[in-house]
Structures are given as structure tokens and as C-alpha cells.
Design a protein around this ligand. Structure first.
Ligand SMILES: *[C@@H]1O[C@H](CO)[C@@H](O)[C@H](O)[C@H]1NC(C)=O
Ligand SMILES: *[C@@H]1O[C@H](CO)[C@@H](O)[C@H](O)[C@H]1NC(C)=O
Length: 337
């Protein structure tokens, strides 16, 4: 093979490789590979920079909450669909009133018509574990929360676990470690309530004493401060549409949609049967007519009360309903429970 020939072989190989890479979903690959990005390159402080402590080696940051402030960071780019992920270790002990969130949003750009995909941890009442929920908004649909709550099969304060959001034009999937826990399929029924504009990734810790635990009964106890939520191995794999100030610029992004495989669906079903203890779809008090995308499974429905909460088990004390305004960056979501 002469030099010219081998060069053209090399070109052909490169071409093939790039075809393969662009046609197969790079997002799915990212989930398997967990190819991480550097905090310094891709993120910036959102608020209270003095409460953001960089890990040695630069693989992430600790977000502190103390008497003075919580803290948060934001990706400097916005993404039109993508895979967003972090390994998180939550503060342990005396967590009431605290909210830790990993979410995508464009609330800073589209005030009244913002989109959001939320992974949120709400501090527990004294002696109780963290509570974990997912939620979403589209085009400013803040009057229609779509919260689901679940127990976890591990203690999120003991070790890091990966929490992820896979967002495409067709569906949004939330993951805990490798387990898909919720799939929201974009449907005609949901209309613009499905997030569709470029979003940034946010992470925050903040004081939500007013509502987060027992409807405000248990406040943050600063005797035990600082509260530290640790974030590392951040993944941002999507179509960047540029910095926030240029949001809305037309993008040429492909949409890396990836169907869940049958085994993923099976593990999602198992997770939901075992761990979901609240669903907005079964909360008849809040939504006398279920929101249009809800597929009511009559057998499953029997397991839930009118409040959308599991009839048996869960072991969570019932609390009075109370709702308060939005706070720093993230949504209070469903009434405290
Ligand atoms: C919580 O408190 C227990 C007992 O004081 C302690 O052993 C444990 O390390 C604490 N957990 C965290 C995450 O600080
Ligand atoms: C989003 O909301 C705005 C303001 O309520 C409305 O004008 C617009 O039509 C909505 N967009 C879609 C796609 O429904």
C-alpha cells in the first residue's frame, strides 16, 4: 500500500468513525462511559461563591449551607437536549428544612415560559431519611406540578450515587445510578408542558424551612451547620447552544434520542412498584381530573389514596398540606409530606 493509499484509508476510517459516532446516540454512550467534564471549564457559581469549595484535583465541588447562605452552580452553556448527571453525596443527620437539587432549567432566560427537569432531595424530619422526588415544567406550567416521590434503596448520605437526567425531544428519563426511575414521554396531551427550550444544568443547596419538611414544622437547625452536599464526576453531554446570553440562537443540533431497552423498562417497573410512594397522577385532591398524560392503571391506583400517597407502607408520617412560593432556583413542588 503506498503512502497516498494509506492516507485515503485513514481518511475513510475517520469518516466511518465519525459517522458511527454521530449516528449512534452519543448520549447513551455517555451514560455508559460517564465521560465527565471539568467543573472549572463548564460551570460557574450561581450564588454564594464563598460557600462553594472546590475538590482537590478538580473533579467537583462541595456546596455548603450555613447561617449566611446556601450555594449553587450552573453550567455556563445551555443545551438543547442532552444527558446531565452528577455523583452526589448528601449531608447526613439533622437535614430538616434543607433542599438539595440537581436540575435543568432556563428560568433565568425565559422568566414566564421557563422549562425545568428536577431531581430534588428534601430533608427529613428528625430521625427520618431524605426524601427524593422528580418533577418537570414546560413553558411556564408552574401551576401544574408533576411530582413523583420515591424511597431509595440506599442511604444517600453514606456514599456518592449518580443521579441523571436524559432529555430528548421525545422523552425525559430520570436515573438513579443505572436504574431509570421515571420516563416522561412527550405527547400531544402534554403539549407545551413538555420542556423544549435549551436549558442549563443547575445544582443547589438551600434553606427551604418554610415548606420542605413537615410543611414548615421542622426548620433548618444551624447548630449542625455547615451542611455539605458533595458533587463530583459531572456529565454534560448534549448539544450546547452557547452561553446563556446567546440563548435562543438557532442550533443545528441533532437530537440523541435513545429508546430504553427492555431490561431498562423492566428495572424501571420494578423500581416504581417498590419505591414510588407519591404520584401526582393519583393525587385526586390536587387534580380531580388527572393531568392529560396520566395513564391511570386501575390496579396501581388502588394502592394510592386520594392524596396520591401510597395506602400502606412508605412509613412517612402524614403532614398537613401547605404550599409556599418558589425560592432560589428550584421549585418547592408538591405540598410537604
Ligand atoms: C450522623 O451521626 C452519627 C452518630 O452521631 C455519625 O456516626 C455519622 O457519621 C453521622 N453521619 C454523617 C453523614 O455525618
Ligand atoms: C408558551 O406560553 C406562552 C405564554 O403563555 C404562549 O404565548 C405560547 O404560545 C406558549 N407556547 C407554546 C408552544 O404553547
Amino acid at each position: 500500500m503506498d503512502r497516498r493509499q494509506s492516507l485515503s484509508y485513514a481518511t475513510l476510517l475517520l469518516l466511518l468513525l465519525s459517522l458511527v459516532l454521530s449516528s449512534s446516540s452519543s448520549i447513551a454512550a455517555a451514560f455508559r462511559d460517564h465521560s465527565t467534564v471539568s467543573y472549572d471549564e463548564k460551570f460557574a457559581p450561581l450564588f454564594a461563591e464563598f460557600n462553594i469549595k472546590h475538590h482537590e484535583g478538580g473533579d467537583g465541588v462541595d456546596l455548603h449551607l450555613n447561617r449566611h447562605a446556601g450555594s449553587g452552580f450552573i453550567s455556563t452553556d445551555m443545551y438543547n437536549y442532552g444527558f446531565f448527571s452528577a455523583r452526589i453525596k448528601l449531608p447526613g443527620n439533622h437535614t430538616s428544612g434543607i433542599v438539595v437539587a440537581l436540575y435543568t432549567s432556563n428560568g433565568d432566560v425565559f422568566g414566564k415560559t421557563h422549562d425545568e427537569l428536577d431531581i430534588e432531595f428534601l430533608g427529613g424530619a428528625p430521625g427520618r431519611p431524605w426524601r427524593f422526588q422528580t418533577n418537570l415544567y414546560g413553558n411556564g406550567s408552574t401551576s401544574r406540578g408533576r411530582e413523583e416521590r420515591y424511597t431509595l434503596w440506599f442511604d444517600p448520605t453514606k456514599e456518592y450515587h449518580r443521579y441523571s437526567i436524559l432529555w430528548s425531544s421525545r422523552s425525559a428519563v430520570f436515573y438513579v445510578d443505572d436504574v431509570p426511575v421515571r420516563e416522561v414521554i412527550k405527547s400531544e396531551e402534554m403539549g407545551a408542558d413538555y420542556p423544549s427550550k435549551p436549558m442549563s444544568l443547575y445544582a443547589t443547596i438551600w434553606d427551604a424551612s418554610e415548606w420542605a419538611t413537615g410543611g414548615g414544622r421542622y426548620k433548618v437547625d444551624y447548630k449542625h451547620a455547615p451542611f455539605v452536599a458533595r458533587f463530583k464526576e459531572l456529565v454534560l453531554d448534549g448539544c450546547a447552544t452557547g452561553p446563556i446570553r446567546q440563548a435562543g440562537a438557532a442550533s443545528e443540533c441533532g437530537d440523541a434520542h435513545d429508546e430504553l431497552e427492555a431490561t431498562d423498562r423492566a428495572s424501571m417497573r420494578r423500581f416504581r412498584q417498590k419505591h414510588m410512594y407519591y404520584s401526582y397522577c393519583y393525587d385526586v385532591r390536587r387534580y380531580p381530573a388527572a393531568l392529560p398524560e396520566c395513564v391511570i392503571n386501575p390496579v396501581e391506583k388502588q394502592r394510592f389514596k386520594e392524596s396520591g400517597r401510597l395506602r400502606f407502607g412508605g412509613g412517612h408520617r402524614r403532614q398537613r398540606r401547605k404550599r409556599s412560593g418558589r425560592s432560589r432556583g428550584s421549585s418547592p413542588g408538591v405540598e410537604a409530606m
